[in-house]
Design a protein. Structure first.
Length: 120
């Protein structure tokens, strides 16, 4: 029975770095374990572009001064810093949990870990 859901391969699951999850939550995004990073990046990009368009509309409508416009765009870029990180780096490498335990025993960070700089 090819249509039997029990015979379908399991959906892939994704483990995101906590810092990524925290940043996504700031923007109202809360991925499920089966949510691919590309879909999240697209959603985050849509939110960013909406805010850029809103800022431009506010500039054209006179609700924001031209001298303040560039600063508001820079602030948007800072709030959406996650868009500058490739989505494949949003994920915890497979097997990282075991590597983390071994690295902790040696007193070193695990290989392949990604952490954005503090203050970004």
């Amino acid at each position: 029975m090819p249509d039997d859901p029990r015979s379908a391969p399991p959906a892939p699951t994704f483990a995101y770095h906590q810092r990524v999850l925290d940043q996504l939550a700031v923007h109202g995004l809360c991925p499920r374990p089966d949510t691919p990073p590309a879909r999240l990046r697209d959603a985050l990009s849509d939110l960013y572009r909406h805010e850029i368009r809103t800022a431009r509309a506010n500039l054209l409508a006179g609700r924001i001064e031209r001298r303040d416009y560039a600063g508001s765009i820079v602030e948007l870029r800072k709030r959406y810093w996650l868009l500058s990180v490739p989505p494949e780096l949003w994920l915890v490498p497979s097997g990282a949990a075991a590597g983390k335990d071994q690295a902790a025993e040696r007193g070193k960070p695990e290989a392949g870990s990604w952490k954005p700089e503090a203050g970004s």
